[in-house]
Design a protein around this ligand. Sequence first.
Ligand code: PLP
Length: 395
Amino acid sequence: MEEDYGFETRAIREGIWRSDEQEHSEALLLTSSFRFQSAEEAAARFAGELPGNIYSRFTNPTVRTFNERLASLEGGEQGLGFASGMAAITATFMGLLSAGDHIVASNSLFGATTGLLNNVFARFGVAITFVDPEDSPAWTAAATEDTRMFFLETPSNPGMAVADIADLAERARAAGAWLVVDNCFCTPALQRPLDLGADLVIHSATKYLDGQGRCVGGAVVGPEALVGERIFPVLRSAGATMSPFNAWVFLKGLETLSLRMERHCDNAERLAEHLANRLGPDQVRFPGLPNHPRFELAKRQQSRFGGLLAFDLPRGREAAFAFINALAIPTITANLGDAKSTVTHPASTTHARVSQAERDAGGVTEGLVRISAGLEDVEDLVADVDRALAAIDLA
Ligand SMILES: *Cc1c(COP(=O)(O)O)cnc(C)c1O
């Protein structure tokens, strides 16, 4: 949009275009390809001499609206949708890294991201060093002359570690590396890594951008020189494309993102404070609790503390399973960022495929339970948690 409108206005209207039918809601263009007026026009489009749609693997107007809207919300030049968050991460690595390069990555990452680095990119000659996301000097110490990228999530999944984006952006630049931030937990409604100096932002749109647990998708946002010139060619050749239908669902999700995030944050804060009272503050990991080691940083870096919390139950896996099974409202599922509260035992699910050493480093203990606070009546959630604590004799 031409005017410098506020976040909510752009979340609802950025990137919109209308067909001759003058539909009010965003048009959903379910078409695999686009026709050309002549053979000459087809040739010019393929040569890149004429802008316009070609084929929905890499040009679809509904996906383009999503790309433009998310880029605007993150404050980046260009956005690019993918079939999943993991597809966005894979394409970013493929676009930016080559054999012989080195990456410094957080030791507290989504399990599939750790697996992608260890099991796939290592085979293609990319060296990886994992470090504590809260220990900024460790990132500088881990960098070598081959380091091309610092990669992290903040807050992290499921350890809720908070990394200092501005400090690590400076350290990445000093090391000649790009800083890539997975902003899944906060969304641009709460945190904008590009404003803090990061080079690229990654999303699993599956989570809060959808917000109602319907579609799988992902995205990367950043400068044209990286997204357009390095990552778009991977999408064009390798696929892993966001479907127009999913893009349309995500556009509907973005319209209510700010409102939803406010309530997710309210509910997570209430649950975190309640659990801190019941279990002791040291058992609860939530950036909004004053005993979180990065509480002051989280207050500065994020506008609110987010909708995720994790807590350690005494007696390990047995207590964690019993607690989860005793809950009536939160759904036992791997998803998060949904209107429905969800509960997960990371050590046996999302992080079951990473090594014990990596689980230890990321704080994924056997007693750790992660809750994604949904949009239900929070007093119902508090009562449910109390019932489940009573069931494991922690009443
Ligand atoms: C879910 C998730 C991903 C992967 O996204 P998919 O859409 O499931 O591929 C990446 N990072 C974080 C932090 C996630 O929670």
